[in-house]
Structures are given as C-alpha cells and as structure tokens.
Design a protein around this ligand. Sequence first.
Ligand code: ZN
Length: 184
Amino acid sequence: MITMEDIVRDGHPVLRQKAEEVSLPPSEEDKQTLLSMLDYIKNSQDPDIAEKYGLRPGIGLAAPQINVSKRMFALHLEDGSNRTYSFALFNPRIVSHSVEKAYLTSGEGCLSVDENIPGYVVRYSRVTIKGFDQDAKEVKLRLKGLAAIAAQHEMDHLNGIMFYDHINKKDPFFEPTDAEPLER
Ligand code: ZN
C-alpha cells in the first residue's frame, strides 16, 4: 500500500516534469499503481486506517506524486452537496470547460506540500474529462464544484504545475470578480 513515505514532496524534480502518456491497454504494473493510488485516498479518509499508518488525508493523488511520471490520477471525495466522486483514470484530459470560474475559499492543499500555502486558486467551475478506467474503457465525466477543482489540481500535476503557481503573488486573497467562491 502507498503511505506518506512514497509521496514525494515539493522540490522533487518529478513534480515539475510533464508526465508521459500511459500505453494502453495498461500493463499489470500500471493498473496496480492506479488502483493503489485510489486506495491511498480512500484509506486516508478512514480515520482508523489513517491514524494507524500515518496517512495525511487527501481527496486526490496524481502519479508524479509517487515518483511515477505517467499520466494517471485518482480522486475520491464527497462534495458539499453530498455527491460522491470516486474514480481513477489513465491519460485523462479536459475536453471542455465552463466559461465560469470558481475557487475554494479555504484555498488548496497538496499531499506533496507539507506547509499550508494560503491564497485563492481560480479554476474553471465545470470541466468535462475524458480518460480510461483501469480496464482501458473510455469514460467521460462531467464535474462541477469541489470535484471539478480537484480534478484540475490533479491534471496540473501531470503537467508539472503546482497549485500555488496560480496564487496571486502580490495579493494571495485577491477576490476575482468573475469567479464564484466555493465553501468546502
Ligand atoms: Zn497536489
């Protein structure tokens, strides 16, 4: 199982690389990696398991964060409207997005960043993502709210981008007029 010891931290060069496409159908190793990433997220949200293994809770994990420079990520979360999202994808891509933007009023965090970096991260309110599941079946997901934000955070990891790259350097809490604040 993946633990915090497997998660590379900010400053590791793999976090700044553009990750490679996964060749499909996936190898057994890639499939196991994808599933273990989803397991980490689920385990990290289980208070007993998280405490036992010292897992920091998260809602998403991208392969570069475990030093695997391949295009895959996992998300597992329940948003403020009690919608549950739980999926893991090979070669995800954003095929369309809203004009509207949104940001979390609490800012964002990252399992690869140990400290809290305050500030608003403005992203698209809604995204449609296409990718391939563990069995290499193509899936299309329409995401909004927290799930849309989290998916864009994970997509960024596949392109070597960190969430704080998006924070306004002069005024981290600058409130954009064209973006909707979201409570987690
Ligand atoms: Zn992250």
